[in-house]
Design a protein around this ligand. Structure first.
Ligand code: PLP
Length: 355
């Protein structure tokens, strides 16, 4: 039976990315060695890093004066690496969900942290809006897509201070005005690659200002200067990243990814709103195009488990909601097709017809 992968991350990748990577894992560029076995200093691997970096710059239209680096440690390492490098006295955080809160917790180890806005009291069912950004912050940290709660800020805000964004779960799904940010980071295992690599886009002239000695590995300058090769980088995830970036470019770039994201999400939200069994969990204006969260309407609550079983039998994978929201979450990243979304919609319709 055909499977449709709605996992929140690691998540669906384009089939050709997986196939091309698998070929290289078996025999890297005809060398007789696996991609897993080659040295990261091998002459054939440098072009992979170079191409991945160039494609991130090209696809996201990264201006001059920014560097793109690839690190291990996941987005979670960035929760502390960002304040280590950027927090001088005081940083502001928008608390829009679990990941934003985790980032804020780490920053407190490095200086004063102000919660500029929060939607925690409403269990993050909407984004914080209409907040003042104090002008004396070293930076404001936002999370553009809240993977767990299914809210998304799909625009680039103007901030009177440096702006830093966790884009782990919506990077490459829309055009971004990188010039508005001093740093953008994203764990790759949703829209870009397998787990193991984090992409960081950082403005060069803001580095080296933190009033603290940084361990070499934590200082972004180390990795900028060494072209992400200071230590052994995650070779296979970087290769997969390069393949995904090639795929995004061949499909028409981030503008096309944006169009597809709207098409998928509009169809699925329309069904959630129409179907008598379900309702969305998030304020309509803040609905994520990437992570579509919904629950059973109160009078059908008892059917939750049987819908999950019904959907699983039809090949839907990974639609169980995160435990802090409950219900269901269909993650529709770049690789998700309309065929997959339509299969889920048909499943919802068929289940409705039975009840
Ligand atoms: N930020 C966001 C928005 C996420 O969705 C996740 C993981 O799902 C993380 C950060 C943490 O990423 P990692 O597991 O790569 O540390």
């Amino acid at each position: 039976m055909k499977k449709y992968n709605f996992n929140a991350g690691p998540s669906m990748l384009p089939r050709e990315v997986i196939e091309n990577t698998a070929k290289q894992i078996l025999d890297f560029n005809g060398s007789g060695l696996s991609l897993m076995e080659i040295s990261h200093r091998a002459k054939d691997f440098q072009p992979v890093v170079d191409e991945a970096e160039a494609l991130v710059k090209e696809l996201l239209n990264v201006p001059e004066g920014y560097s793109v680096i690839f690190l291990g440690g996941g987005a979670s390492l960035q929760f502390m690496q960002i304040p280590a490098n950027f927090l001088i006295k005081k940083a502001g955080y928008v608390n829009s969900g679990t990941w934003a809160k985790k980032a804020m917790k780490e920053a407190k180890l490095f200086g004063e942290v102000v919660e500029v806005a929060s939607s925690a009291d409403d269990n993050y069912t909407h984004l914080p809006h209409n907040y003042e950004i104090p002008a004396d912050l070293d930076y404001l940290h936002i999370c553009t897509n809240n993977t767990i709660f299914g809210t998304e800020l799909r625009e680039d805000i103007d901030a009177p201070v440096r702006l830093i964004a966790d884009m782990s779960s919506d990077i490459l799904s829309r055009p971004v005005d990188v010039s508005k940010y001093d740093a953008i980071y994203a764990g790759a295992q949703k829209n870009m690659s397998m787990a193991g690599v984090t992409v960081i886009i950082v403005k060069d002239d803001v580095l080296g200002k933190a009033p603290r000695e940084l361990p070499t590995m934590l200082d972004y300058r180390t990795h900028v200067e060494k072209g992400s090769m200071f230590n052994t980088p995650p070779v296979v995830p970087i290769y997969t990243l390069m393949e995904t970036l090639r795929w995004v470019k061949a499909q028409g770039g981030v503008k096309e990814m944006d169009r597809r994201a709207h098409e998928r999400a509009e169809a699925l939200y329309a069904e959630i709103d129409r179907n008598k069994l379900f309702r969305g969990t998030v304020a309509k204006e803040d609905r994520s195009l990437m992570n579509i969260c919904f629950v059973m309407n109160d009078e059908f609550k008892d059917l939750e488990k049987s819908f999950l079983d019904f959907a699983t039998e039809r090949g839907m994978v990974g639609i169980k909601g995160h435990r802090s929201v409950g219900g269901f979450r269909a993650s529709c990243y770049n690789a998700m097709t309309m065929e997959g979304v339509n299969a889920l919609i048909q499943t919802m319709k068929d289940f409705e017809a039975q009840h």
